[in-house]
Write a protein that binds this ligand. Structure first.
Ligand SMILES: *Cc1c(COP(=O)(O)O)cnc(C)c1O
Length: 373
């Protein structure tokens, strides 16, 4: 048998041939939307810190205070001794912000999904998931052992068809979607899905990673999300009924068997939520900026702070991203398997801190790129 490294090298060359090999690049972020990469300063349209809260002075001050008071780490799982007092404060603040009865904080959004879904359904149950859900929702679904079927993106008819054909043979049924889709920026038809779920005696769970901060928890919907995007810190959450949260604290393995978040991180989230609650104008800005961009390019008005410019071809997208970088803009090239084949795209994420001139400049370059590529 060949050596492990030889086998891995072979696998890497397959990725390389498909232009799917990934590499990490050292990227320094300061306050604002600029980042430093390879010694150059770039205006970033690829950070998920939609409100610029990662560097907010009050957020940093709260994190420092918690670091000094509680130390650098939690020391154990929340279920053992890691549940320092800031957790209660964050869970109460988040439940209030979301209009939910209760919330449970997890180590990350990824951990929230892979812990919650298998706690709710298992073998003999059915999961119906939107085709475009985030990889970690899908991982949670697979880990559960339930039968997983995917319906065409935002396609209620297809979802209904799958329910009609399969609901009867399964015990419980969970429908999975996102409020705002991470790579497309469009929104799920939540009200219609809720009605469908009710009709077929199913539960509806939504991932609000990119809808936060503008969405409140929908009645009768299980919601999860992350504190690593608009909230600017780190950690995941699930919100729902008191019973759901109590159950997850007993049954979600990714909560039980993983160390609690560092105290500074939890303190940063609490401070960020306070800012968000008192600055509605700040919350509205990312979408306004995204709409400015779509208007400049003659595209359909943005539905969220995320705007994809789909160029289809992997090589084209890499070339476009490199051109943008040459001109001082960082815009991620998103390729399969993160998105379906032949839908490679530039993904723009707008921050409250972008300036109109930066948006206009990047839109002009995109227009030029579309003509030459
Ligand atoms: C980023 C993201 C996650 C994962 O959240 P983390 O806190 O970064 O682990 C989950 N779902 C969606 C839709 C995301 O975009």
């Amino acid at each position: 048998m060949p050596a492990l490294d030889d086998i891995l090298q072979q696998k890497l060359s397959v990725f390389e041939a498909k232009r799917q090999k990934r590499a990490l690049k050292a990227t320094g972020r300061g306050a604002g939307v600029k980042v430093r990469r390879d010694g150059r300063e770039l205006v970033s349209f690829s950070c998920n810190d939609y409100l610029g809260l990662t560097h907010h002075l009050q957020v940093i001050a709260a994190a420092k205070e918690a670091l000094e008071k509680y130390g650098a780490g939690a020391g154990a799982s929340r279920l053992v001794t890691g549940n320092y007092p800031l957790y209660d404060e964050l869970e109460a603040a988040l439940a209030a912000y979301k209009g939910a009865e209760a919330t449970c904080i997890f180590g990350s959004g990824y951990l929230a999904n892979i812990g919650t879904i298998p706690a709710l359904v298992g073998a003999g149950d059915l999961i119906l998931a939107d085709k475009f859900i985030h990889a970690c929702i899908y991982d949670g679904a697979r880990l559960s052992g339930a039968t997983v079927m995917r319906f065409a993106h935002n396609n209620l008819e297809h979802c209904r068809m799958l329910l009609e054909a399969n609901r009867g043979e399964h015990h419980y049924c969970l429908i999975l979607t996102e409020t705002v889709f991470s790579m497309d920026g469009d929104r799920a038809p939540l009200e219609a899905l809720k009605i469908l779920a009710k009709e077929f005696d199913s539960w509806l769970m939504v991932d609000d990673a990119h809808g936060f901060p503008s969405t409140r928890k929908g009645e009768g919907i299980i919601e999860m999300g992350t504190l690593s995007k608009a909230v600017g810190s780190y950690g995941g959450y699930v919100c729902g009924s008191k019973t759901l949260v109590e159950y997850l604290k007993t049954a979600a393995r990714s909560l039980i068997y993983s160390t609690a978040l560092p105290p500074a991180t939890v303190a940063a989230s609490i401070a960020a939520l306070k800012m968000m609650a008192k600055e509605p104008e700040l919350l509205a800005k990312p979408l306004q900026h995204a709409r400015h961009f779509t208007a400049l390019l003659g595209m359909k008005p943005a539905q969220s702070a995320i705007v994809p410019v789909i160029l289809k071809d992997n090589d084209k997208v890499l070339a476009a991203s490199a051109l943008l970088e040459e001109k001082g803009f960082l815009v991620a090239a998103i390729r399969p398997p993160t998105v379906p084949e032949h839908t490679a795209r530039l993904r723009f994420a707008f921050s409250a801190l972008h300036e109109a001139a930066q948006i206009e400049a990047v839109a002009n370059i995109v227009k030029e790129i579309m003509q030459i590529l």
